[in-house]
Ligand binder design. Structure first.
Ligand code: UD1
Ligand code: CA
Length: 455
């Protein structure tokens, strides 16, 4: 089937009270309209066209996909007028599927059923609501056939009592669409060209109209306000949590996890409460994530444990590592197998090889650290001279005493020991103790100052 998808996204979304165009607000870390595009793509359409208007440049810049068609709607004269702007992108045969850029969670399976129902006519996605206020109502004849849609503002009190509403999502035979749209009038309560009026036009021409329902109501919920945005966020997070649980992930509380991107988990992964996963996060088999961790674009290898309150971004954690509590892995941090990174340790753009440890209070930046290295508490790589960043190399089996500064560029040789408090400005030779420290003195004559008595 020759399928074209039109995504309506010209509306301003006044009730969002935001400078950001409505369709760019995120649900689960992804713009509303991006959800719609991703879902549309699963249907393998021949063309995908976005009708845009308010905040147009920002919307276009946020969606750089080369294959999207763009139709500017200015001014915005209603949903029928909006689809009309997309006509030049649609060709002349097959089916046109109309989606809303602010209805993010419609499932591919539902749209497939809608398209199937449209194979010999027009199909509209409808839903029964306990409170249908504000929506267009589906008017059926005595035989139960859909005859037209009436908007709330144009409806009689009998029609307002109808609880079956238009979700806005429709599949329309493309060869008929242009004619029907050309026939629309704006002689209605809102002075708009209603897409919904194509239903009556189809019925008048004897084209069958089918109504299809989604599996769940949340599939057709739209976003008009921050309240609705927050509601959809919770719905989507609950669904993600459910999928993780069904795949065997142990979640301490499915209501207290936020996945803003793609999280993939191996067997026997356990995630404690209040963790946030952003971007692409991969947790291999038996990884444990403690409470209150933030992981963004991170790979964690099998058996590794991230303790409470860690922040990891653009980092790789090797197998059986122990990280945290209170550790920070910044972009470019790569830990080999069985590395231990403890509290208040920050690692940036550095590789730490197998079994090395930095267990307390350290900054390791722009460093290459070998295997079985011990980095003492208070160690700092002085990687930045105010203009440039420099490399620190710490070779295998080195021991860095506490409170050491490594003024880069500098190399600590294999098996070298640095005494506590060393400020290393020249390379430390292998298998040798290097220490830079003022000689200790004790002044017997010294008197501790005393406070002057108050007058
Ligand atoms: C529309 C339907 C109504 C349905 C409801 C579901 C019509 C006439 N009414 O009403 O039957 O129950 O959606 O939410 O179609 N848009 C444009 N350009 C425009 C107007 C709207 O792109 O000129 C876009 C909006 O950005 C939005 C969508 O179309 O994504 C729906 O617009 P909205 O104003 O929310 O339609 P409703 O009046 O709620
Ligand atoms: Ca709406």
């Amino acid at each position: 089937m020759n399928l074209n998808v039109v995504i309506l996204a010209a509306g301003q979304g006044k009730r969002m009270h935001s400078n950001l165009p409505k369709v760019l607000h995120p649900v689960a870390g992804k713009a509303l309209v991006r959800h719609v595009i991703d879902t549309a793509r699963t249907l393998q359409p021949a063309g995908l066209c976005i009708v845009y208007g308010y905040g147009g440049d920002v919307v276009r810049a946020a969606l750089p996909d080369a294959d999207l068609g763009w139709a500017l709607q200015e001014p915005q004269l209603g949903t029928g007028h909006a689809v009309q702007q997309a006509l030049p992108h649609l060709g002349s045969s097959g089916v046109t599927l109309v989606l809303y850029g602010d209805v993010p969670l419609t499932q591919p399976e539902t749209l497939q059923r809608l398209l199937h129902a449209a194979r010999d006519g027009l199909a509209v996605l409808t839903v029964e609501l306990t409170d249908p206020t504000g929506y267009g109502r589906i008017v059926r004849d005595a035989a139960g056939r859909v005859v037209r849609i009436v908007e709330q503002k144009d409806a009689s009190s009998d029609e307002r009592a109808i609880r079956e509403v238009n979700t806005g999502i429709m599949a329309i035979p493309t060869e008929r669409l242009a004619g029907w749209l050309a026939g629309l009038s704006n002689n209605n309560a809102q002075g708009e060209y209603y897409l919904t009026d194509v239903i009556a036009a189809a019925v008048a021409e004897g084209v069958p109209v089918a109504a299809v329902q989604p599996q769940a109501e949340w599939e057709v919920l739209g976003v008009n306000s921050k309240v609705q945005l927050a509601e959809l966020e919770r719905i989507q997070q609950r669904r993600i949590a459910q999928q993780l649980l069904e795949a065997g992930v142990r979640l301490a509380d499915p209501a207290r996890i936020d996945v803003r991107g793609d999280l993939s988990c191996g067997r026997d992964v356990a995630i404690d409460v209040n963790c946030v996963f952003e971007g692409r996060v991969e947790l291999a088999e038996a990884v444990e994530i403690g409470p209150h961790c933030v992981l963004k674009n991170v790979r964690v290898a099998a058996g590794a444990r991230i303790a409470a309150f860690c922040h990891l971004e653009d980092a790789v954690v090797g197998p059986d590592c122990i990280v945290g509590p209170y550790a920070r892995l910044r972009p470019g941090a790569e830990l080999g197998p069985e590395v231990h990174i403890g509290n208040f340790v920050e690692i940036k753009n550095s590789t730490i090889a197998a079994q090395s440890k930095a267990n307390h209070l350290a900054y390791v930046g722009d460093a290459r650290v070998g295997e079985r290295v011990n980095i003492g508490a208070g160690t700092i790589t002085c990687n930045y001279d105010g203009a440039n960043k420099h490399l620190t190399v710490i070779e295998d089996d080195a021991f860095i005493g506490s409170d050491t500064q490594l003024v880069a560029p500098v190399t600590v040789g294999r098996g070298a020991t640095l005494g506590a408090g060393t400020t290393l400005t020249k390379d430390a030779p292998p298998d040798t103790l290097t220490v830079s420290r003022a000689k200790q003195v004790s002044l017997a004559a010294w008197q501790r100052p005393v406070k002057k008595p108050k007058k």
